[in-house]
Write a protein that binds this ligand. Structure first.
Ligand code: SF4
Length: 295
């Protein structure tokens, strides 16, 4: 680490020296023929500095995008460490171990039916499952259908969820999507990704969670934990959430597809953590391709 910090300091000092030379050239000489060389040196040093800053960024930490950003973007996000795609035998061994450790992994968002699951997932963007569960425990006792949610109204809903981030916007969306469910689907939750994603506040990740947890489809909802684990380990490397989703679909053997989402999210959340992965205690340590495992 010390060497890396020195490397960064040297590049910064070099930039200062070259900047001073350029300044001297411009202010004291009429002949500008040497300027191009100095500008090239400055560009080269700036490139080195950017590399040094990237190296010094904590593993999987600040570089990791937040869940809501991932869901909303669906596009390119910066990742520092992308391992090469693991082969079939290794991935089969990884998921065999996940399965042996937890044969029936469960999501942690409390719900009583498809509608409350949809609402809970929509509320969980940029919030913890535990925080959402605390808020929805009382809410779902009085509003477990879209009709009851509409009767409760936006202000009534806000009174229950004001401890959750972005609660005003989320309340608006829940009321709007409840109205659509009543008017277009007879109060039921649709079972296609396209219909789900057409609802206000429902992105691809939310739709995939509902398809996976309620409809038992092998849909892969990639959040920040799965994105990080997929890229570090080599289970599913990809530069954005859709690429990671595709890599899981393409490379995880069929018999593990249904539960892959929960195995990966729980492993990412509790073991392969953002700032300091618990590699010594990790059950796939010998199969994982991450080059900066913790000791
Ligand atoms: S060995 Fe470390 S980096 Fe690899 S999956 Fe386990 S916790 Fe994550």
């Amino acid at each position: 680490m010390l060497v890396r910090i020195l490397f960064l300091l040297v590049t910064l000092a070099g930039e200062l020296v070259v900047g001073g030379l350029i300044d001297t050239f411009i202010t004291t000489r009429k002949d500008f023929s040497g300027l191009l060389v100095y500008f090239s040196m400055a560009a080269w040093l700036i490139g080195l500095e950017m590399q040094a800053r990237d190296i010094l960024r904590p593993p999987g930490g600040a570089a990791d995008p937040p869940p809501a950003g991932l869901a909303a973007a669906g596009g390119a996000v910066h990742i520092r460490a992308m391992a090469a795609q693991l082969d079939h035998t290794t991935i089969h061994a990884i998921f065999s171990r996940f399965q042996a450790a937890e044969p029936e992994p469960k999501g942690e968002l409390a719900h009583v039916n498809a509608y409350t699951l949809l609402v809970a997932v929509a509320l969980s963007a940029q919030a913890t499952d535990a925080g959402v569960n605390r808020a929805t425990a009382a809410l779902f006792r009085i509003a477990d259908t879209p009709e009851k949610m509409l009767a409760l109204g936006e202000e009534g809903l806000i009174a229950h969820i004001r401890t959750i981030g972005l609660y005003r916007n989320k309340a608006k969306n829940v009321i709007k999507l409840s109205r659509i469910l009543v008017e277009q689907y007879g109060g039921a939750v649709p079972s296609s990704r396209a219909a789900l994603q057409a609802l206000p506040g429902v992105g691809r990740k939310t739709a995939n969670v509902v398809l996976n947890m309620w409809w038992r489809l092998p849909a892969q909802a990639v959040d920040t934990h799965i994105f990080r684990l997929g890229n570090r380990s080599g289970i599913a490397p990809g530069r954005d959430v859709v690429a990671v989703e595709r890599a899981i679909e393409d490379h995880v053997p069929a018999e593990f597809q249904l539960h892959a989402h929960h195995w990966m999210i729980l492993h990412g959340r509790y073991v392969c953590k953002a700032r300091k992965p618990a590699c010594p205690a990790c059950l796939i340590r010998d199969l994982c391709a991450y080059e900066e495992k913790t000791e």
